[in-house]
Design a protein around this ligand. Structure first.
Ligand code: ARG
Ligand code: ZN
Length: 868
């Protein structure tokens, strides 16, 4: 049984469960304050477990009402029950049935784990360990059961009742105002995939016919009146279903697929079998209320949760150390889907931006951990960028190493051999080793070692021999040499040097397997520029001696669009950190001007990315120590002003050329979004160079905008220009969307990001706004969570007030919702990069949290690791 003292769980201590639960029959009587759950569990000893062991069921904040074994009440000595567990000291050594009745209070559940209410809707979140808040159970992912769930509720309060699997039966409860529905899920699943929903919900739906000929009723459920905003999510679901058949050969396996949007949700969404539950931020969209980024996120997350039906549900995880097995793989799958739906190059750049902004800092700081951690105190703290994003990069490298066809064969094998099982990373890699006939033991090291490997590369040209040698060195402290796929080519002043060849490079890829290695290209006419790590073929930090002129060559001529973008980013970073050579600023401006003249209108989305400077966090990560956020901010502003001035005429012309034709209808497609992105990137730079004109133009765009993308982008530009116009625009926006919480979130976040001393007071005032609430995770993330991420100068103020604001919020949130509090606390993760004065203040804030009695395990764990 779990106790209240933090315990470390270790991978090496994994043991199969001593008991299994084959069938679960639940009867859930929904009630606002006192929900009753009757669970009938068909148990048996696990042949792989310890014979005669006690039965230890997990529990968390639940009350036991009744307990029967094979229909008989148990003697008091045979059982120990508490809110956090139930032990049967001498369970039968044959199959037996337990009936457990528990009582819980959904309205008091502000942790949003287990069964809770959101805006009047009953819903559940069971991953990772929320099912034990509903009934006593073997709440671990390697115990798979077939569930039948009867849900009963008041007819007016909850006319819609949804469960996992297929609907079996529904009807009134005679003599009452209540009704019930019975759902049966034929696919055995772990408890973390259980879900139910009861409430007043509107819906949009459409049929989908699978490649196996099954007709599926697909429905998206939202708050009544919001149905028109659910259309895009429904469309994305249908596209995801078709894509998984085409790209991975995976068909859906139930008669219904339900998506439900709720307003209070700890994460993005959850892949419960046949009943995905979503944060409504990732479902609801209209041109008036959602940005292009929102549409892209909805498409990606809808797909992500749907794809879990195979990578997560049909094949699940043996234990939580294997979390990347479902999350990394499913992120890879949703990235591929989005790339196919949109522009592959543009999407790859977006993926790498996220990886560098979130995962690289995590991996460089005190919260660094392997993609497969070996121990944890609180599993909910391991739903991290490392598990998700670096986990996806590992799968991507596997495909790069094996080639698309062998990778596909390996995936088929993985699904076939592990269907209905709880698998491990070893099972995953074994499928690819068998499909390819290759030894992947070296590759497996990617899962085991924390930190971002460094890859340094040196080139040497031999004019006489007309050869070019590249020497690679990898290093990751504490790790053996990793298998690193390096996509590369040589570029000259005219473009790719196709005549140059190297027998170590196959299909444009060299695989580095040793600590260092040298490869040589033949037939190299002139000193080339190496284009390395094309498409970001491995999650490493690349160190080269490339000069500014080399980077300008790549920006102009590299056939790989990712590396063209990378060259622009590299130049900007060198300019902002003072590493650039004299004259580079002007040359960079001229290169961007030439690029805009010839290419911007052909691919506006790509052009917008080329124009976007690395963020202040990227610069801090590049500097790596002794960081002063004010200096970074000033350097970045300086470069923005320079570019705005140097490119001004072109940017204005582009804005005109990209103007939305009057009366044109809205489309969220990638091409239309790309035009909006470039138009707004241009406004941003123009306003940096000429704030007065910029403010006027932004104010005009706020008025005339027909999309939230354009309105919010203009408001963001204006928010950086102090003055009455800004305050008026902010007030007007707040009033216009007073009844739109998801739009107010954008407004909260935008104000929290203003890099001015007055922002702390602004945040304090907004915390009293009627729409703000400490119990709603979206609100907290928008106003408080976004602050440290998007406002480095004010978070790391030299007086410590920014750290104090976040630390106070962590302590205020912890008793309400420990998961959200712990997530907020991870924003201190890069404190060691800061110059000593600020670093000391950050540490003091962390120590103050650590010294607080009665911390949740979630917050205590992050605080302890952050200062260790
Ligand atoms: N499995 C969900 C997803 O696909 C995340 C659920 C995380 N829940 C939690 N309590 N940590 O991303
Ligand atoms: Zn997931």
């Amino acid at each position: 049984m779990r106790t209240d003292t933090p315990q470390t769980v270790r991978l090496e201590e994994y043991r199969p469960s001593d008991h299994l639960i084959d069938r679960v029959e639940l009867d859930v009587r929904l009630d606002d304050r006192e929900t009753r759950v009757s669970a009938v569990l068909a148990l048996r000893p696990n042949p792989a477990g310890e014979a005669g062991a006690a039965l230890r069921l997990d529990g968390d904040e639940i009350d036991l009402v009744a307990l029967e074994l094979d229909g008989a009440v148990l003697a008091p000595d045979d059982v120990t029950a508490s809110p956090s567990g139930l032990v049967l000291h001498a369970p039968p050594s044959r199959p037996f049935v337990l009936r457990i009745e528990t009582r819980l209070d959904p309205s008091a559940n502000t942790k949003l784990m287990g069964l809770y209410r959101s805006g009047g809707v009953y819903c559940t979140q069971c991953e990772a360990d929320g099912f034990r808040r509903i009934t006593y159970f073997l709440d671990r992912p390697d115990v798979l059961s077939v569930y039948t769930t009867r849900i009963e509720a008041d007819r007016d309060e909850a006319p819609v009742l949804l469960g996992n699997g297929n609907p079996v039966e529904a009807g009134p409860v005679p003599g009452t105002n209540r009704h019930f529905a019975v759902w049966h899920d034929p696919h055995p699943k772990p408890a973390y995939l259980f879900a139910l929903v009861g409430g007043r919900l509107g819906r949009v739906s459409a049929p989908f016919t699978t490649m196996e000929g099954r007709t599926v009723e697909v429905a998206v459920h939202v708050e009544p009146g919001r149905e028109a905003r659910a259309g895009y999510a429904l469309d994305a679901t249908l596209r995801a279903m078709a894509w998984d058949e085409r790209a991975f050969g995976r068909a859906y396996d139930l008669d219904v697929f339900n998506v439900v949007a709720v307003s209070d949700f700890n994460m993005g969404a959850m892949e419960n079998k046949g009943l995905n539950i979503f944060n409504d931020k990732y479902v609801l969209a209209s041109a008036e209320t959602a940005t292009d980024a929102d549409y892209a996120n909805i498409e990606a997350i809808i797909a992500h949760e749907y794809f879990h039906n195979w990578s997560g549900n049909r094949v699940t995880c043996r234990d939580w150390f294997q979390l990347c097995l479902k999350e990394g793989l499913t992120v890879f799958r949703d990235q591929e889907f989005s790339s196919d739906m949109r522009s592959r190059a543009v999407h790859r750049i977006a993926e790498v931006r996220t990886l560098r902004a979130r995962q690289f800092p995590e991996d460089a700081g005190p919260l660094s951990h392997p993609v497969r951690p070996r121990q944890y105190a609180e599993i909910n703290n391991f739903y991290t960028a490392t598990v998700y994003e670096k986990g996806a990069e590992i799968v991507r490298m596997l495909r790069t190493l094996l080639g698309a066809d062998t990778f596909a064969a390996g995936m088929d094998r993985y699904f076939a051999e592990n269907d209905g099982r709880a698998a491990t990373v070893e099972d995953f890699l074994a499928a690819f080793a068998q499909a390819s006939g290759r030894d992947l033991a070296g590759f497996a090291q990617w899962y085991e070692h924390p930190g971002t490997p460094r890859l340094s590369v040196e080139g040497r040209y031999d004019a006489q021999a007309r050869t070019y040698a590249l020497t690679f060195r990898q290093s990751l402290p504490g790790a053996p040499a990793l298998m690193i796929p390096i996509a590369l080519g040589l570029v000259g002043p005219q473009g790719a040097l196709d005549g140059a060849t190297c027998d170590r490079v196959r299909d444009g890829i060299f695989v580095l397997e040793m600590a260092s290695d040298t490869i040589t290209f033949e037939n190299v006419e002139a000193p080339p520029v190496p284009s390395l790590l094309r498409g970001f073929s491995a999650p490493v930090r690349l160190e080269t001696a490339l000069g500014d002129v080399d980077r300008l060559t790549l920006l102009a001529h590299d056939p790989d669009p990712f590396n063209r973008w990378q060259a622009a980013q590299g130049l900007a970073l060198r300019l902002m950190t003072g590493a650039a050579e004299p004259g580079t600023r002007e040359a960079y401006g001229r290169a961007l001007a030439g690029f805009l003249d010839t290419e911007a209108l052909a691919d506006p989305a790509f052009a917008a990315l080329i124009l976007a400077l690395p963020g202040e966090g990227d610069v801090a990560n590049e500097i790596g120590e002794g960081v002063d956020p004010d200096r970074i901010h000033a350097a970045r502003e300086d470069l923005r002003r320079h570019l705005g001035a140097a490119l001004g005429v072109r940017l204005s012309a582009l804005r005109a050329a990209l103007a939305e034709p009057p009366g044109a209808g809205f489309s969220p497609d990638a091409a239309s979004a790309g035009r909006r992105a470039l138009r707004n990137a241009a406004l941003d730079l123009l306003a940096a160079a000429d704030p007065e004109t910029g403010a006027a133009e932004a104010a005009a765009q706020i008025e005339s905008a027909s999309t939230m993308t354009d309105r919010l982008a203009a408001l963001a530009v204006l928010s950086l220009i102090p003055g009455a116009a800004r305050e008026q625009a902010l007030d007007a926006f707040g009033a216009r969307y007073a009844d739109e919480p998801l739009v107010l979130d954008k407004w909260f976040a935008l104000q929290a990001a203003i890099p001015e001393a007055g922002t702390l007071a602004r945040i304090a005032a907004l915390r009293t706004h009627p729409a703000f609430s400490m119990t709603n995770p979206n609100r907290v993330r928008a106003l408080i969570g976004s602050f440290p991420l998007s406002n480095p100068t004010q978070f790391a103020r030299p007086d410590g007030a920014g750290f104090a604001l976040v630390a106070d919020a962590v302590l205020a949130l912890d008793p309400i919702n420990p998961q959200i509090a712990a997530k907020l606390l991870t924003s201190f993760g890069s404190w060691r990069l800061l110059e000593p004065g600020r670093g000391r203040l950050a540490r003091e804030a962390l120590e103050r949290i650590r010294a607080t009695p009665t911390l949740s395990r979630d917050v205590a764990d992050i605080a302890a690791r952050s200062v260790a």
